[in-house]
Design a protein around this ligand. Structure first.
Ligand code: FAD
Length: 554
């Protein structure tokens, strides 16, 4: 009986796969798990950094900031289980967005999506401190919000560009609305620095920004016209969730091996098994496993698979490189430099501040270069459990000038050198932590064709595809679903089912199960006649299922 599985990566997808395999009296339980993770603690992009500040420790989340229980039905169902009772969560209903832009003809150009900033004051006139909430801007925001809400009745697969082309007459100042208002929201959900109005559909927007009306089971989460509601934060940081999942798995089935600071350098098939090579504090290791699950981002994955053997060039390269090359770079800094805030928003009312102020460029729409904008989370407004006033997390959708060249494992997918761009960055002596990352996008539709094609690179499982990989190597991770805590967990759970017949532990929760089925059938293991080469528009189906899930009792 073969029973040894190696899981590479200790983020929520890797730990989630382990947790699924550990469920007592279920298929998968017989497998002995070895988890290799290249950091000192679990979490991955659910990474909480303990930052010493004002004589205390502030747990700053550098990846997962919030989750929405209404949307993240698996995470919500998992957290309801007794073994997760120590994971402290806190509703965060005051998620407020503020945006600052370069001045135009000396006038301030900024706004905040909250009553304090006049967001509901339809008489706001140009020249007032939050001048972009002019009557025209307000009217256009309402028009767009209404269109998003109405898409529940049809038009989910329509992308934004044709919608605006067909409905320009309904807007009082469409260009300003698009450049100054919509761009900031879309930039945040598109991985910073891009609007992608040619790709984003109403089906993408509906779950997050739409509503069935106040008082309904779905009042809306991140509305364009009011402060957000329905978000939750992890009081001790998002890592506490991943750590609780690992503790639960270890308790369910003692004996798993977890190796921290283990840098996996090579994975290759050999005979009927797969060999994993890694280095850690004790030296270099090589071990053969019956199955291997790789949950790292596709750039790291490509480095491991290309290091040895011929399977990379004969099989994996054509599936993995198209994903790896589309990942976006990012950089975050935890710091105390208030000068990165937009001066006109220095009151600090916001939770998250989109700053275009330092990206002035009069050749661009709105007089700023969207790509060079950045986003700052004001920790003082997030942490009610401690005094974090004056502590900031700033995120760039690129690598700004002046930070050290980030270390990135060499990858064979020709992603090219990392470009640094001139930008406003915190003074170095105020920086308490900084990190480089690559990531996908929150929108599941992003890289859909490439995600769907990956089923041919997956080893044998409970669905068969002609010509698929014969090797016992499997892939999970957010790059195969979408960039969120929920979607990353789903990817690991789907592999636990596909390769080990381990059922989803929260399968009794109908909305959670619907989400799981969606991502299994439409993303990771397409069924029926479409198996990846074609790219159906799944955003409409996804929105419909989400809507059903959002309005279903658990
Ligand atoms: C800046 C940012 C903000 C985000 N905000 C949110 C949010 O608010 N809400 C939300 O739901 N989601 C958010 N996300 C998305 C979410 O964090 C991720 O989708 C999710 O955490 C990814 O989990 P994963 O397990 O798939 O990958 P990862 O968390 O990346 O886990 C993979 C792990 O593999 C490890 N690894 C890499 N190479 C090796 C190697 N060679 N050997 C061993 N281990 C290796 C990595 O260190 C990493 O820990 C955000 C992401 C980012 C980057």
């Amino acid at each position: 009986m073969t029973t040894n599985v190696c899981i590479i990566g200790g983020g929520v997808s890797g730990v989630g796969a382990w947790w699924c395999l550990s469920q007592p009296n279920q298929p998968g339980y017989e497998w002995n798990v070895t988890l290799l993770h290249n950091a000192a603690s679990l979490g991955g992009h659910a990474w909480t950094v303990p930052v010493p500040f004002k004589g205390q420790t502030v747990n700053v989340d550098t990846g997962v900031q919030f989750y929405a229980p209404l949307l993240y039905r698996n995470i919500d169902a998992i957290l309801a289980r007794q073994e997760f009772s120590k994971v402290l969560t806190q509703p965060y209903d005051g998620l407020k967005v503020g945006c600052g832009f370069p001045r135009a003809a000396g006038a301030m150009q900024n706004w905040g999506n909250m009553p304090d900033y006049g967001a509901t004051d339809t008489t706001k006139a140009p020249g007032s401190p939050f001048a972009l909430y002019s009557p025209a801007m307000w009217a256009d925001a309402v028009t767009f919000q209404d269109a998003v809400d109405a898409s529940v009745l049809g038009g989910l697969s329509q992308t934004l560009d044709p919608y605006f082309a067909a409905n320009a007459a309904k807007y009082q100042d469409l260009a300003t609305f698009q450049n100054m208002f919509l761009a900031s929201y879309l930039s945040i959900i598109n991985g910073y620095g891009a609007t992608l109005t040619d790709q984003v559909t109403f089906g993408d927007l509906l779950p997050l920004f739409g509503s069935l009306g106040s008082g309904s089971p779905w009042p809306g989460l991140a509305r364009f016209t009011e402060p957000s509601q329905g978000f939750t934060r992890f009081v001790d940081g998002a890592s506490s969730f991943v750590e609780a999942m690992a503790a639960s798995a270890a308790q369910n089935k003692p004996g798993a091996t977890v190796t921290y600071n283990a840098d996996v350098t090579a994975v290759y098939p050999e005979d009927q098994a797969a060999v994993v090579e890694w280095t850690d504090g004790t030296g270099s290791h090589s071990q053969s496993f019956d199955k291997v699950i790789i949950t790292t981002d596709m750039q790291a994955t490509s480095s491991m698979l290309a290091a040895k053997g011929t399977a990379w060039s004969s099989l994996y390269e054509k599936y993995i490189c198209p994903l790896a090359t589309q990942l976006l770079p990012g950089y975050c800094m935890v710091h105390t430099d208030s000068s990165v805030l937009s001066p006109d928003l220095a009151e600090g009312e916001e939770t998250v501040q989109f700053t275009a102020y330092y990206a002035g460029d009069d050749t661009q729409p709105g007089d700023y270069n969207l790509f060079l904008t950045y986003t700052t989370y004001l920790q003082g407004n997030i942490h009610s459990e401690c005094d974090a006033d004056g502590l900031y997390l700033t995120m760039y959708g690129y690598v700004p000038e002046g930070v050290p060249q980030p270390v990135r494992p060499s990858n064979p997918c020709n992603a090219g050198p990392i470009t640094q761009y001139p930008s406003k960055i915190p003074a170095q002596d105020t920086v308490l932590f900084q990190e480089y990352w690559t990531h996908g996008m929150w929108l599941p539709q992003f890289m859909l064709a490439e995600k769907r094609a990956m089923h041919m690179a997956q080893g044998p499982g409970n669905i068969n595809y002609q010509g698929q990989s014969p090797y016992p190597i499997y892939f999970a991770g957010n790059n195969l679903t979408a960039d969120s805590l929920e979607h990353a967990f789903l990817s690991g759970a789907i592999i636990a089912d596909y390769a080990f017949a381990a059922p989803l532990p929260v399968i009794d929760n109908i909305p959670a199960a619907l989400m799981y089925e969606l991502f299994k059938e439409e993303f990771m293991f397409p069924t029926g006649t479409s198996t990846g080469a074609d790219t159906p528009d799944v955003s409409a189906r996804q929105a419909e299922i989400l809507l059903h899930a959002l309005t279903s009792p658990t």
